[in-house]
Design a protein around this ligand. Sequence first.
Ligand SMILES: NC(=O)c1ccc[n+]([C@@H]2O[C@H](COP(=O)([O-])OP(=O)(O)OC[C@H]3O[C@@H](n4cnc5c(N)ncnc54)[C@H](OP(=O)(O)O)[C@@H]3O)[C@@H](O)[C@H]2O)c1
Length: 258
Amino acid sequence: MTIGFIGTGEITKAVVTGLSTIDGEKPDILISPRNAEIAGALSESFGNVSIADSNQAVIDGADTVCLALRPKDAEAIISDLTFGPDHHVISFMATFGREKIERIVAPARKVTLVTPLPAVAFHGWPTPVFPPDEEIVALFSKLGTAVAVESEDEYQALCVATATLAGAFGYYETIADWLAAKNVPADKARTFSGAVFYSLAATARNAPEHSFTALTRESATRGGTNEQVLAHLKEEGVYRALSKAMDGIWDRFEDAKS
Ligand SMILES: NC(=O)c1ccc[n+]([C@@H]2O[C@H](COP(=O)([O-])OP(=O)(O)OC[C@H]3O[C@@H](n4cnc5c(N)ncnc54)[C@H](OP(=O)(O)O)[C@@H]3O)[C@@H](O)[C@H]2O)c1
């Protein structure tokens, strides 16, 4: 398998790094020349990565082609390229629906949508794959886990959830900033908040049989400080705001997908 990438930016850097650091045989990878700095660094770091002369040369030299362009540029750039009927096209572009990608890469018939995030670089992200093509599920399983998705609505909903990551970091940033304001040294506040974040994630991951409702209940001792903070956040509408923000992303995807 030769995997090509059109658009060598942040997410291509992460996926190529992840694929080039798996145990065992690495796939051959062909990347587009722009961005020159990232392309140069990837080909210098990894023996399985080459830079093609142009976007079309990526397509001509690969059987599987990943699209990783910014949504506003993508349609015009891709429409200028020629795919063959046997190319397998993988789109990372969350706002583009499958039908739209199929239209712009025709006559290529096989299109799979995947949503990697930068943690694929260290094999630490659950990548949604729709439809759950066996080869692509196996490929992204090597970069963490692959989440096989059976319907486009389910895929879109999981993509919406990936829009909450910066907000989650913002939550821990607020805690770290508050600690620093109470004269906890800033680096200690950052390390402590990060360790709490990590420990909570591990708690949820290690007990998949516990719902988040159960974990919330277990953490909020009756009359205790966690119960007080949870009640305050609810009263202030913090969780309602998060749900509404996710509705907004869903609507944005609906508007952009075709
Ligand atoms: N970043 C993420 O965590 C993430 C996660 C999942 C999905 N995605 C999706 O993946 C796509 C790319 O995101 P990104 O964060 O990687 O964006 P990015 O860092 O801005 O990368 C886009 C790349 O496309 C290059 N490019 C621009 N015009 C081009 C052209 N005519 N031909 C070839 N390449 C061209 C850009 O080069 P220049 O730098 O020279 O302009 C840049 O390197 C987006 O649709 C995004 O929604 C991103």
